[in-house]
Design a protein around this ligand. Structure first.
Ligand SMILES: C[S@@+](CC[C@H](N)C(=O)[O-])C[C@H]1O[C@@H](n2cnc3c(N)ncnc32)[C@H](O)[C@@H]1O
Length: 216
């Protein structure tokens, strides 16, 4: 799938109705499970005055939660214009517009124009992208200290569910697809990029991992 096709399919998949629904759910119930797992792993590292780059940031829950003492500035990268619109509006409501930079696009394409950060996050993002190695390489190279990601566990039950979801997407005429990338290969890619895992939490479907840059 070309970048253009991926961005168009992603923009359609994460449209206005979904973006509004996600923000409403966040207002009502707080962060989703994978975001909570990442937040708790990040908070355990005791960051202070750090910068965040959130790739595939959706409505911006990670920076809405972390901006303060831990994170002082964030970059929000997102191909979906609906997500970007809701995230911008929420950031303004919170009085944080001077601390968040918004960039629209496929991260692999826009990475050269994005600044490095102490912490890079990809919450449920690599499962939306076929070339997870390219995305991890682009994201990992921006992370000065920590890189946090959540993605589906590669178990047969999850693969089966994702096959059914992709069948529905195909029947609806959508070019968007969900991917269950092999955990061992994702971990190997992160290690090749110079990171070591420092925490892993799971649900039945998801895994949330925090990686720290090796200093040796
Ligand atoms: C399931 S949503 C998760 C949104 C948010 N991270 C969260 O957990 O609420 C997946 C997100 O990844 C974004 N995405 C997919 N491919 C991307 C890419 N190549 N670069 C940047 N973002 C991407 C989508 O637009 C979407 O916002």
């Amino acid at each position: 799938m070309s970048c253009c096709t991926h961005c168009q399919a992603t923009d359609k998949q994460f449209g206005h109705a979904k973006a509004r629904r996600d923000l409403r759910r966040y207002h009502k119930k707080g962060p989703d499970k994978t975001t909570k797992m990442l937040l708790s792993a990040i908070r355990e590292r005791g960051l202070s005055s750090a910068t965040l780059l959130d790739v595939g940031a959706g409505v911006g829950v990670l920076h809405h939660e972390l901006l303060g003492q831990e994170i002082v500035a964030a970059t929000h990268v997102e191909p979906s214009s609906a997500y970007l619109g809701e995230a911008r509006a929420e950031t303004t409501r919170r009085g944080n517009s001077d601390r968040v930079t918004f960039v629209q696009g496929d991260f692999v394409e826009v990475a050269p124009q994005v600044a490095d950060a102490d912490l890079v996050t990809l919450d449920r993002v690599i499962c939306c992208y076929p070339d997870y190695r390219g995305l991890l390489q682009a994201a990992g190279s921006k992370a000065r200290r920590l890189c946090a990601l959540s993605y589906p566990r590669d178990r047969w039950t999850v693969r089966l569910a994702v096959t059914i979801i992709n069948l529905f997407l195909r029947l609806r005429g959508s070019a968007f697809r969900v991917f269950v990338h092999p955990s061992a290969a994702v971990d190997a890619a992160m290690r090749d990029l110079g990171f070591q895992p420092c925490s892993r939490e799971t649900t039945v479907v998801w895994q949330a991992l925090l990686y720290e840059r090796r200093t040796d």
